[in-house]
Design a protein around this ligand. Sequence first.
Ligand code: HEM
Length: 382
Amino acid sequence: MKKLITSKLLGPQALERSQGVRAKEVERFYSNLLDTAMKKESVEISEEAMKLVNNSICHMIMGRSCSRENSEAERVRGLVKKTDSLGKKLFLAAILRKPLKKIGISLFKKELTDVSSKFDEVLEKILVENKEKLDQEHQQDTDMMDKLLEACRDENADYKITRDHIKSLFVDLFVAGTDTSTHSIQWIMAEIINNSYILKRLREEIDSVVGKTRLIQETDLPNLPYLQAIVKEGLRLHPPVPFVLRTFEERCMIGEFCIPEKTTLLVNGYAMMRDPEYWDDPQEFKPERFLTSSRSSKKDEIRDEVLKFIPFGSGRRGCPGANLGYVFVGTAIGVMVQCFDLKIKGDKVNMNEAAGAMTLSMAHPLKCTLVPRTLIPLTSSM
Ligand code: HEM
């Protein structure tokens, strides 16, 4: 399954093939923001970012956006939020020793069953629609859902894939991809608002590379090194997944520590990415540290990123959606900075972290009023 996700959905070639799908969702993100700006309404950045990310993932997996008519997208987003909050409760129960793990599961059993049966309902409907489309049109399988349905029918397949496998894979992707990217967009935008010289420098970069009439696209990102550095610095200071877990199959030594078999270790990426032994001014938001010119060599850059920069985890279980995550965050930040001035209440955004959360979220969600930088809407064409 993981191989299939990488080759059909999240690998570099698959991402190149699905660029068009995300370009449409970025346009939609821009026009939603423009609408609120014209109405002078305030906007909660995480809500809009979540729509962008969720719709893009939906579209990439299913070959279509979630249907608007029957609020499919809202239902999926609501379920992702609910899964996240349940996840937090279960995570806390799981780290409080084994007996509590069992209690945790039974305490939240009703909520768990409720969420999973609702997810099942939405996904089953989508599966049925896709199967009908395949049967009627005898068309070449185009999206990941079609590929999986084909594999599901194949009696001779090496590994038998069931409908439940497909549905649980989709839930994993929605849940793993949505909150992480959404929180990152929110934190990074807040840092940019609080640091006017960073905003100015980023805007100059975007204006000179992309211009002022065409909307930024993900294909611009490789030509925007300062934007990339800002995204990395945001992920360093505010990693949406602050801890990752590893369970040891066998007893082993790490440095001078002996780790018994079956031990679960919690790797504190948050602390590692703020460790003063490895980072200068670790509490400061300084994107410049990620500009290659400020490092002594490319070798330093690679060593740094493998050893001390771990917002996507590391190794075989590292995040398979890292490239897509960079794309979501980079384009969302790019659109907001290129197209709008963002006004907040007060001088500075409150950067306090929410307590007791499994994903690192803001205690006070970022709300802004947007003012378009130009009266003529930007277009996506080159
Ligand atoms: C800024 C965005 C993102 C961040 C910071 C992030 C971070 C992470 C981290 C820290 C892990 C655990 C890795 C480990 O244990 O070593 C993870 C796992 C995972 N992520 Fe992401 N992620 C992001 C976006 C995405 C996206 C967009 C997708 C796909 C749509 C995705 C799919 C997954 C999946 C499927 C796993 C589980 C992998 C496994 O268990 O083998 N992530 N992510």
